[in-house]
Design a protein around this ligand. Sequence first.
Ligand code: GDP
Ligand code: IMO
Ligand code: MG
Length: 429
Amino acid sequence: MSTIAIVGTQWGDEGKGKIVDILSEKADYIVRFQGGNNAGHTVVIDGTKYILHLLPSGILHDEKKCVLGNGMVIDLEGLLNEIEFIKKIGMSIEGRIFVSERAHLILPYHKELDAASEKLKGNGSIGTTLKGIGPAYRDKAGRIGIRIADLRDEETFKEKLKWNIREKELILKHVYNYDMSFDFDEVYSHTMRVYEKISPFVADTVSLLNQAIDTGKKVLFEGAQATLLDIDVGTYPYVTSSNSSALGITTGTGISPKKIEKIYGIAKAYTTRVGGGPFPTELKDNVGELLRARGHEYGSTTGRPRRCGWLDLFALKFSKMVNDLDGLIITKLDVLDAFDEIKVCVGYELNGEIIDYFPSTAKELSEVKPVYETLPGWKSKTTHIKRFEDLPKETQNFLKFIEDYLEVEIPVVSTGPQRDETIPRHEIW
Ligand code: GDP
Ligand code: IMO
Ligand code: MG
């Protein structure tokens, strides 16, 4: 196997960081293809927790090459801080980080626009991470975005920045009623100062990755966010602004769909969501609170408490279809160790009728009632179990139920945040 991808199948925070870190062992390149520092990917090594927002989760393996693809939106200062952190913990970065010259920049006005837009929406706000992601992608689609390559030519950058600042001030003033100005000289010189430190890492990653694949290198694509947050197939408008399912891999890297060999999804053994939007299996009771407490469900990027609920297999069926998953990795199984019984959603009812499709509108999805199957809990610790056969019978049945319902294999099960708290079942590569 030469290329594999790991993508979230729910609303994010499924444990992509942990799994990508483990799979990086066998990879030559680990590649982010969309999103920006709205992501928070946690890797725990020997009890120490590392949260990565922009650098791929393979960065904690010396020797591995990490790529930030053209589909990303990059906050240069955030990136510099992460690179400095990696250096500080004594890891080499020499020849290991490649940032696409085609990636778009997040600039200070994007963050202000993110906040202004959320404020204006009031109760209907998306609950974004306020990192400026949506406004940066808006500029990309509007063909006024500034790309990393633009910083190579001072005149080009100056011209584009001037135009953008003027446009953003007008929008902030006349649309959002914010009287805000940006000091051109300050934004320009600050961006250039940071860019000087990042420039050694800037590369034509489209050619780099295609050549790597053509010469038999192993490339691991790391999704950020997740399928239900995908701008096209997710629960629009409560989504992020990029294609955060496997559908974004090709446009976000410049690699043909013909070259993506296997796609694996990740799901928690239950469901969480952070921010606004419909969530059919959400539990606003003690059970939801227990899931949050046991799973430490607080955002890695914003610290917000995550909304929690039972596993939604009906939604996962949609994710499986969209990504055409080769396998589904189940994480945080240990969080369910304390429950007498465990519910899984196996269908949706809308206006008293069972429906056979995953709703495309937020309104419909907010009105569905989940149909549950109740499975017995196992009430014992799974964290140190190393083999599938050694899991309690009820746990095995829970996992087999998921496999049968979704008609997909579970190649790996995760029972704790540490690298070795993992049960491998089938080779991934
Ligand atoms: P990501 O955004 O998909 O990388 O996920 P996050 O890092 O935002 O959130 C996952 C959280 O769960 C992190 O704190 C991980 O350390 C933790 N985690 C990952 N796998 C497991 C697991 O199997 N069990 C438990 N208890 N925690 C896990
Ligand atoms: P990882 O990669 C969970 C959510 C936000 C908000 C919506 C849009 O760690 O799984 P944005 O700032 O992207 O415009 O916010 O998407 N969101 C995430 N939720 N995990 C993430 O990333 C997320 N990134 C964005 O909470 O609802
Ligand atoms: Mg996260």
